[in-house]
Ligand binder design. Structure first.
Ligand code: AMP
Length: 371
């Protein structure tokens, strides 16, 4: 089978690396000629809304998926007339608009922060009065890694944020005073088979994911069950196929949904070495209707992102149990250029290894999470 992928970034690259072992072929469409997936598969360079390129992708592919959630929904729908597209374009549509996404969660009984649609300064003032401060003002569309959002703490912030973001369609969210951020990855196949990975605890800095700990010390069976219940409702409502990530805030024993990504996710990169079946392999299995693989953890693991530039290879690989994934991208401030997964038999051992790796991989930060 040939799998067409919209987007040629590192996620596409890792989907292909997993799919090759199952004997699949890949063709990518991305506007950038230097895209990281181009090193490992057939890269077609073109805009996501170029119908000629999309038709070509459909002709070459038995099934199409995407690794980038800002692909125009119209393009996914156009392709869906020509070839099977998974996850369904509706999932893309919901996840692209923070207001629709929050409304969708609420319609499924999944708890979210209080929210309100904002299209004028009056709306904003009314919403601030209703939801209170602090609050978070976000663009409805095209926000990622903390871009397009503003935390409002004072009345002055409200005016300043409106000046900065007011031109766009916005949503105001109540500030969630969370203790932890977690994500759950779920996967559902064309046959309806569904599996969930263990909850992952994530630490962000400057809006970018830095460190992930699957099944961290804050994990409980009850949180896991509730997160699975929420993600399961999303899968069923969308007749979803593929990997889905849901980002969650944990406050006390409450679990609040922040957003979802209809694709493989950075907080699931640990699964390449840390789970029986990686998120990438399970995504491929799911869209091809193969039996899904076990999502069981193997020992304990953690994932550290390499942001801006790659860490020195020798130093990373000298740590027993560490695995370096370099995406073949040039370094640039704030750019994800690779990640390191480290695995150990016990939590104690894992913490020691993470302590050794952090100064090498993320020298500017001191993440506070513990495995
Ligand atoms: P997002 O782009 O929605 O994933 O937001 C990026 C980061 O901003 C999240 O990972 C949180 O750390 C923080 N954040 C977003 N929304 C809220 C909220 N309603 N309350 C508190 N923190 C938030």
């Amino acid at each position: 089978m040939t799998i067409g992928v919209l987007g040629g970034g590192q996620l596409g690259r890792m989907i292909a690396l997993a799919g090759y072992t199952l004997g699949q072929r890949f063709v990518f469409l991305d506007p950038g000629a230097e895209s990281s997936a181009g090193h490992v598969g057939n890269l077609r360079v073109g805009a996501y809304d170029d119908e000629e390129r999309l038709s070509e992708l459909a002709r070459k592919s038995d099934v199409v998926t995407y690794e980038f959630e800002n692909v125009p929904v119209g393009s996914a729908r156009f392709l869906n007339e020509l070839v099977r597209v998974y996850p369904p374009p509706r999932a893309l549509e919901v996840s692209q608009d923070r207001l629709d996404e929050k409304g969708f969660f609420a319609s499924l009984g999944i708890p979210t922060a209080g929210f309100a649609a904002i299209s004028s300064k009056d709306d904003l003032d009314r919403a601030v009065a209703k939801l209170g401060l602090p609050a978070v003002l976000k663009t409805r569309r095209f926000g990622y890694d903390g871009k397009g959002q503003w935390v409002l703490r004072t009345e002055e912030d409200v005016g300043r944020a409106w000046e900065a973001l007011g031109a766009a369609s916005l949503v105001l969210e109540a500030f969630v005073p969370f203790e932890r951020e977690m994500s759950i990855l779920a996967v559902r196949s064309t046959k309806g088979e569904t599996r969930f990975y263990p909850l992952v605890e994530n630490e962000h800095r400057d809006g970018i994911l830095r460190v992930s700990y699957p099944r961290s010390d804050a994990w409980t069976a009850d949180l896991q069950a509730r997160a699975e219940e929420h993600a399961g409702r999303v899968l069923s409502a969308l007749d979803y196929v593929g990997v889905l990530a849901m980002e969650l805030f944990i406050t006390g024993d409450k679990l609040v949904a922040n957003e979802m990504a209809p694709r493989v996710h950075n907080s699931g990169h640990w699964t390449i070495e840390g789970a029986e079946t990686s998120q990438f392999e399970n995504h491929v299995r799911a869209i091809l209707g193969m039996p899904l693989g076990s999502t069981r953890m193997i020992g304990c693991s953690a994932m550290i992102n390499a942001i801006g530039k790659l860490p020195p290879r020798e130093a990373v690989l000298a740590v027993e149990g560490a695995h370096l994934h370099a995406y073949g991208k040039d370094g640039a401030p704030g750019r994800k250029v690779g990640h390191v997964t480290v695995r150990a038999e016990t939590r104690r051992e894992l913490c020691d290894k993470v302590e050794s790796l952090l100064p090498i991989v993320d020298p500017d930060g001191r993440p506070s999470l513990r495995a």
